[in-house]
Design a protein around this ligand. Structure first.
Ligand code: FAD
Length: 430
């Protein structure tokens, strides 16, 4: 996958410079080359698509098969702008594109769409073959530094700096997570200096640190108790439901699973509610969500089972035999109620159906699956050209949208790449 680091022999004018070789930049390059333009993809890393390859490790979720109306709703306050890209390149086009590259897709039980082998590497390999065949050139280890006084792009290379003038440029520099894969958000001040407005980058689809509220008589402490984190960090809460009411009155209520970490929580169900939690933490300093440990049991049934005479059996084995509660789920009850609280049947039953977990901070942005914030849409035309710099286009996660996991991130990155390419081609062809 590593591409040769060939410096351009002369700083001759290129038609289009695509800076950033993630999915958004590669898609822009493909479309621009197809419209007959000479394209060079620059990237700071030794090879392109590193985050895309990472995304393939847990099963590459390319897009989602749900109807368009619900699909666009996933982009929240930016759904109108993302919908305007998806009309050119939406879920169906993502699947057709993969097929053209020789990669069949399938729809999983949750409606998510994956490559048949779940992997990113074969898709990226085929994509690069197609791009090279279309004449796209690659310049790796070229870190974009902004512009010189004449308006040419400045690149830092291992052996010095070069300037490259381009007739049009597509920036697709990614968000600000997983910096070691290239997406470090270092472009933010460069664009601000050029008069292009940005919204602060923030973690999205991220984990949180918790603070367990003290049992009566206990002290509030950050994180889980040492006992809980030493025994249960890394373990999943399976078949649970989370409920959280956001500040705006938006209610999140969904079943799924999440994972306890050393200091808090992460995993798919937490990522899904993370935007609401993040906003609440920002304004109130903390947010408390409720976990239903037995979503298939009514509150009445849980109370009846908890109250069922247990004879000489311990409470732990009573909960295990009557309700199947053990391991991390039983430990969370102890964590919330303390030993004494566990003896109160009413409180215990209520906590089984709604165990409060208080989060106090997002995990650092670099650990997040994606980032919110980025180039503000009021700085861009509808085809993603910067008002402050005609001929400069932006695409991908570096734009100010966010979405949950489920294939919505890659779909929007790819479709914004298509839209920016349309804009750049239109700009160059007048
Ligand atoms: C663990 C993980 C799993 C994921 N799984 C999925 C999934 O299954 N489905 C899904 O839809 N999404 C998933 N995502 C999110 C998805 O990978 C990203 O949203 C997507 O890669 C964003 O594409 P992009 O092209 O905008 O940016 P990126 O893929 O981040 O690419 C940006 C590129 O710009 C380059 N660059 C940055 N700054 C400079 C500079 N100054 N000069 C030159 N080059 C620069 C970087 O090196 C990088 O190659 C996952 C993310 C993670 C971290």
């Amino acid at each position: 996958m590593t591409l040769p680091s060939h410096a351009l022999s002369s700083p001759a004018m290129v038609d289009v410079a695509v800076i950033g070789g993630g999915p958004a930049g590669l898609m822009a390059a493909q479309r621009l080359a197809q419209s007959g333009l000479q394209v060079t993809v620059y990237d700071a890393m030794p090879s392109v698509g590193r985050k895309f390859l990472l995304a393939g490790r847990g099963g590459l979720n390319l897009t989602h098969s749900e109807p368009m109306a619900s699909f666009v709703g996933r982009y929240g306050s930016q759904q109108a702008v993302v919908a305007s890209w998806l009309q050119y390149f939406g879920a169906a086009e993502v699947q057709a594109w993969a097929k053209e590259l020789g990669v069949e897709t399938f729809v999983g039980t949750s409606g998510r769409v994956f490559p048949a082998d779940m992997k990113a590497a074969p898709l990226l390999r085929a994509w690069l073959v197609t791009l090279r065949a279309a004449g796209v050139r690659f310049a790796m280890r070229h870190r974009w530094l902004g512009w010189d006084e004449a308006g040419a792009m400045r690149f830092a290379m291992p052996d010095g700096e070069i300037q490259v003038p381009a007739r049009a440029t597509v920036l697709a520099l990614g968000g600000g997570s997983w910096a070691r894969l290239g997406s470090d958000g270092a472009w933010v001040p460069l664009l601000q200096q050029a008069g292009i407005a940005t919204v602060a980058l923030e973690p999205a689809n991220c984990g949180f640190d918790v603070r367990m509220l003290p049992a009566p008589g206990g002290e509030t402490q950050p994180g889980w108790s040492p006992f809980f984190s030493s025994k249960f960090a890394g373990q999943p809460f399976k078949s649970v439901a989370i409920r959280f009411e956001g500040e705006s009155g938006a209610v999140f209520a969904r079943r799924g699973e999440f994972v306890a970490t050393d200091t808090g929580v992460e995993g798919s169900l937490v990522y899904a509610v993370s935007a609401l939690l993040r906003e609440a933490v920002k304004t109130q300093g903390s947010a408390t969500f409720l976990v239903d440990l037995l979503p298939d049991h009514s509150a009445e049934r849980v109370l009846a089972e908890v109250r069922h005479p247990r004879g000489s059996r311990s409470l732990a084995s009573h909960l295990k035999s009557r309700l199947g509660l053990e391991g991390i789920k039983a430990a969370l009850l102890f964590e919330v109620l303390g030993k004494d609280g566990m003896q109160d049947a009413q409180r215990l039953a209520a906590t089984i159906k709604a165990a409060p977990i208080t989060v106090t901070a997002t995990r650092p942005m670099d650990e997040a699956i994606s980032t919110a914030g980025g180039v503000a849409f009021n700085a861009l035309s509808h085809d993603l050209m910067c008002h402050a710099r005609p001929g400069l286009f932006c695409a991908g996660e570096m734009l100010d949208w966010e979405a949950p996991t489920g294939g919505y991130l890659l779909t929007a990155a790819l479709s914004s790449g298509v839209r920016a390419a349309q804009g750049a081609a239109h700009f160059l062809k007048g």
